[in-house]
Design a protein around this ligand. Structure first.
Ligand code: PLP
Length: 431
């Protein structure tokens, strides 16, 4: 499969080059030339397939000749070595738990898949690749963990100082080896802008090979469709219209779910639930896309004012607003509503949700107000322990700390503080 740039001023490239470039030379996001639906028999007999077989069939057309099939199968095996449980909390309300990976957030899937692909592409190369990534919270940890020790790859993570949770910060600042954390005096959008500027900087590009591990990278974005398909397999026998509510920030996760739908997965509707960073809910209301500076919230991984992947979603629907609206609803919620939802879910279902999952729950409930026959699934995108302070304070209880977290809490944070793009540049050039 070839990938083209959504800005349409750059050449079409293979999956391999799309992964290595991250973003196209014209600053556009890469998008597959076609999305060929899987045969109807795939969905009719999906319960007979293993999750690994499902993932392989789903991603195969996108990766095509860039990675041989046997290697792709091995990659899928190593990436998907943890469960994706669907837990029913109320009648017609279930949660898809995406926090059973090594850093306890859904980003482990995309980050590990990308790390394996890049590791494969770097074999036998003598030049190193630098992965430059901005994080609003969980990307940093997932990318650091996925790429730790991958030969030929250096990882530089930019995160907004004081705006990620303590556990998130430790997950990206304590690993060492080929992972460096830069602590930016600014917000997530500042970090993301520095990364975008670096990709356009010709001095830098002539000195080092740079790529990105944000969800703009196709190797991080596309594998996120896997767990939508696994969930469909589990819920198919219920014979109800399935809707997914996805707590969204950069809109990569929900867009991957929509790709699964384009592959033919029967889904009735998607709900994009956001915190007060409501650029998309406003767009769905007014048809005007007016990004705003991001505001800090308790669901910090979604503090995004100008979501990068929304353009991919619009493109999936060929910029046809009516068609998009038939498939997508979007609602925004305040921190106060989110905390109330955490409490309500705990009191009525004895389930501890994290702030992002709680936003997803709220979006689903809003949609189901007049669509109560749907079987709703909201994505629990991170383990509640990653947002320890908020969850413990809201529920007035102590959470047990899982072993993956215990081990980072014992290590010392190492980061370098930067204020400006020039400091980032000189850091990268010195390496
Ligand atoms: C990254 C993240 C999100 C937002 O996902 P997008 O793909 O950027 O929309 C939601 N919840 C958690 C916990 C995250 O880490």
């Amino acid at each position: 499969m070839k990938f083209y740039s959504l800005n349409k001023k750059a050449a079409e490239v293979s999956f391999k080059d799309a992964v290595i470039n991250g973003i196209a030379p014209d600053r556009g996001l890469y998008f597959p030339r076609e999305i060929n639906p899987l045969p109807a028999s795939f969905f009719e007999n999906i319960e007979d397939l293993t999750d690994h077989e499902i993932a392989f069939e789903a991603i195969k057309q996108f990766v095509s000749d860039s990675i041989p099939e046997n290697i792709l199968k091995e990659i899928i095996h190593s990436v998907l070595d943890f469960p994706f449980p669907v837990v029913e909390l109320e009648k017609n309300v279930a949660t898809l738990e995406l926090f059973h990976g090594p850093t306890l957030a859904f980003k482990d899937v995309g980050a590990r898949f990308m790390a394996h692909c890049l590791g494969y592409f770097s074999e036998g190369q003598n030049s190193e690749v630098t992965v430059l990534v901005a994080t609003s919270g969980d990307t940093g940890g997932a990318v650091a963990n996925g790429f730790l020790g991958v030969k030929g790859v250096n990882v530089v993570i930019l995160y907004p100082s004081g705006k990620v949770s303590d556990i998130q910060e430790r997950q990206l600042t304590t690993l060492g080896q080929n992972i460096t954390a830069l602590e930016v005096n600014g917000n997530f959008d500042d970090c993301q802008n520095m990364v975008k500027t670096a990709f356009l900087d010709s001095d830098l590009k002539s000195e080092i090979k740079l790529t990105s591990a944000n969800s703009i990278n196709v190797a991080r974005w596309l594998p996120q469709m896997f767990y939508f398909l696994f969930t469909y397999k589990k819920l198919k026998s219920r014979k109800q219209p399935i809707v997914f509510s996805v707590p969204s920030g950069n809109f990569g996760n929900i867009c991957a779910g929509m790709v699964a739908q384009k592959l033919g997965m029967p889904v009735a509707h998607f709900i994009a639930a956001t915190n007060v960073n409501d650029t998309v809910p406003r767009f769905m209301h007014t048809q005007e896309y007016t990004p705003k500076t991001s505001k800090s919230t308790i669901s910090n991984a979604m503090d995004v004012g100008d979501p990068s992947n929304f353009i991919r979603i619009r493109n999936l629907y060929k910029n046809n607003f009516e068609e998009l609206k038939n498939n997508l609803s979007s609602y925004s919620f305040t921190d106060k509503e989110t905390k109330r939802a955490i409490l309500k879910i705990y009191n009525s279902s004895n389930y501890i949700a994290d702030p992002h999952g709680a936003v997803g729950y709220l979006g689903l409930k809003e949609y189901q107000k007049d669509k109560s026959n749907t079987l709703g699934v909201f994505l629990e995108t991170a383990h509640p322990v990653k947002f320890l302070d908020v969850v413990e304070e809201t529920l007035k209880l102590k959470l047990p700390i899982p072993s993956q977290i215990q081990s980072v809490l014992e290590k010392d944070k190492v980061s370098f503080k930067i204020d400006t793009y020039d400091e980032l540049k000189s850091y990268l050039l010195k390496k």
